[in-house]
Design a protein around this ligand. Structure first.
Ligand SMILES: Nc1ncnc2c1ncn2[C@@H]1O[C@H](COP(=O)(O)OP(=O)(O)OP(=O)(O)O)[C@@H](O)[C@H]1O
Ligand SMILES: [Mg+2]
Length: 128
């Protein structure tokens, strides 16, 4: 017999402060990146967690810093034994699987990251 408790999915609570849910829908439908801007504690991360949960879209979070480059997001070749193997970065994985890529503190990242973002369908967060 199914256990209703194990089926219960906890949705992170988010109280909209404007039309952000409607804006997200349009952005997602049109495969556009979304920039979330606001002071600390204003609910940017919570908003994305909430959206990910209610829409059942996997969320991949990357905490950006001053060394974060486009390569870190797209992926790179690595040497494995005698072979060269391609490893997908989080952006490539998100594009391939249809996940939300949440780039926390993206303003800290290197400028080439913006090019990678424009070339993909991503959600960008925390550019204060
Ligand atoms: N609109 C909201 N609805 C529900 N909870 C909220 C909302 N805004 C903020 N909170 C509460 O404030 C806490 C902090 O929000 P959150 O971590 O999303 O902020 P943030 O904008 O991502 O901040 P930071 O810039 O520091 O990363 C959340 O864990 C949540 O409890
Ligand atoms: Mg946050």
């Amino acid at each position: 017999m199914d256990n209703p408790v194990s089926e219960y999915k906890k949705i992170p609570y988010y109280r909209p402060t404007g039309k952000e849910l409607e804006i997200f829908d349009k952005v997602w439908q049109n495969r556009l990146p979304l920039l979330l801007k606001g002071p600390t504690g204003s609910g940017k991360s919570r908003f994305v967690e909430h959206i990910s949960s209610i829409k059942n879209i996997r969320m991949i979070t990357v905490s950006c810093h001053e060394e974060t480059s486009a390569t870190d997001l797209i992926g790179r070749f690595i040497i494995k034994g005698a072979e060269t193997v391609w490893i997908d970065g989080p952006l490539t994985e998100a594009v391939k699987t249809g996940a939300i890529l949440y780039l926390d503190e993206v303003a800290e990242a290197r400028p080439d990251v913006i090019v990678a973002i424009i070339l993909s369908q991503t959600i960008v967060g925390n550019c204060i």
